[in-house]
Design a protein around this ligand. Sequence first.
Ligand code: ATP
Ligand code: MG
Length: 650
Amino acid sequence: MKQFPISPEFSAQANITPEKYAQIYQESIESPESNEAFWAKRAELIDWIKKPTKIKDVNYDLDNFRIKWYEDGELNVSVNCLDRHLADNPYKPAIIWEGDHPALHKIISFKELHSEVCRLGNAMRKMGVGKGDRVVLYLPMVPEAVVSMLACARIGAIHTVVFGGFSAESLASRIIDSQAKLVITADEGVRGGKYTPLKTNVDKALDVDGTECVERVVVVHRTGNSVPMSGRRDAWYHTLIDNSNEDCPPETMNAEDPLFLLYTSGSTGKPKGVVHTTGGYLTYALSTFRDVFDIKQDDVFWCTADVGWVTGHSYVTYGPLANGTTTVMFEGVPQYPTWARIGQIIDKHDVSILYTAPTAIRAMMKEGDAYVRESNRESLRLLGTVGEPINPEAWDWYHAVVGEGRCPIVDTWWQTETGGILMAPLPNSVDMKPGAAMNPLYGIKPAIVDSEGVQLEGCSTAGNLIITDGWPGQMRTIYGDHKRFLETYYTTYPGSYFTGDGAMRDEEGHYWITGRVDDVLNVSGHRIGTAEIESALVSHPAAAETAIVGMPHELKGQGICAYIILRNGEEDNERLRNELNRHVRAEIGPIANLDAMYIVEALPKTRSGKIMRRILRKLAAGEFDGLGDTSTLADASVVDDLINTVKAAQ
Ligand code: ATP
Ligand code: MG
């Protein structure tokens, strides 16, 4: 198995060593007492109004179910992200904002950010918004999005960010589910030179029955194009800021009070409103940020995720700012104006850590190395990925081309539900294996079980991934549906959190996420992960991106169906198809025969870049109606094209 050592230059400056990781991890899980002591120490990283004396109360027994962290502690999250940095570092950049157009950027210091958050907090209080009220944020990637999150945190309101690319209908359903009192939006959003009518979408959403809960709408001036404003309900953000003062006393929050709700990306069904708290979540976001990214004082950290999904909460906003780290926010897309943009931004702002998704990496790789090589990326020292398993091909390219072989890659596995990263090769703790999340973080106890729930011990084993103990960043409930929460996560394997993901522990005890449990195929009695077949397929030079799903098969039970996007310049023909099939069979074994192959232009992806496999499964089975909720797709027109391609071939 290919293994990559950490480069000597990285190793020399790293915060930890393999021995140190092993020692801290061991201590953190050894006994209930040492585990609690570990989390008590972690809580010291944040500033409390009242220090917690009770650390952990976790019981997964369904008759007596409890998850509480730091339950008698009191704090304010915005104070942790802002006020506490003002004494030493008032003028340090908190946010470096890079606009959609390369000529546009803004640098906002901690002092400036503090001032704006306080002003908005006061304006919201004046509108009657306070502790426990829900506020929907429907914004582009502009600094005002982070300001709004922190302003909610300051006054104790619960934010729920809805990705700016979602439709009016998706927005309405989230407003109704959360019963929000206030919506903060912008006139328009801009991505890749294209404008999205955010305010108009809000108006449409607020026409839907059930959204009467919304009393006011605040509108950020982004493009300046005229939008209808309704006199009593709507207010301009900048007017509110100008007319408010910056003395905004922070609300005292209990550690278990909710900080935000966030609807999951919905790749497996109806989105769930995941609830995260103030004390536990912040402790976990901050400490994992430090550990996983080997953070130093002068780092410039760039996470490309949108604030509309959890990565944008934990690693654009809360983790970096609570730690006093400069965070880069990018409004645009990697291909605008050209595919050289990511590298240009790294050079322009001296980015030292880049954290992005495999889907973006594969898209850049498809365009060839020349774009990346337009930049020198000398400031980079560490790379990260999140969101799905990264295929070794893309890992190699990320490592060799983007990171020039010098930057380690942290492949971070986690979920909206987990609040922060649960597994990653902590930099300099272990040699990296492309495609493996490697090791649990401190205090995290993963286990692999078979379908009966029997824990599989030792190395070289595969099954379903569970977590047997709690951690402070874990979700507390599904908003308004605690029953669904218990059923989804705590019923399948009693006494443990069920992740819904499959995993393998290799011969050295390292973890590999094999994809969602639903995505494991059973071909003639053999279990094969879709991720494994996808990796094999894209290791062929003609295939840029693929999605594998199962399809009904008379003889095999399940057959393998491949949707394939070819690299630029490749031509679809019988010879190529045969070659692709031969390639996969050679890589995995003859069992991995591609029973159907569709060459497509695009795959149906959620806004966070994940393939919505349930649609592909239906199409593969010849079902073209009742495709379910497609509102969270990035581009719904992809589905029509797919239907045409599949129909033509079946
Ligand atoms: P929903 O739960 O609504 O269906 P979702 O699972 O896509 O949507 P997220 O919480 O954003 O919503 O994604 C978490 C999932 O992403 C994980 O359960 C896992 O399947 C996948 N994932 C995330 N990071 C990694 C990684 N580094 N390696 C492998 N898989 C990953
Ligand atoms: Mg999920």
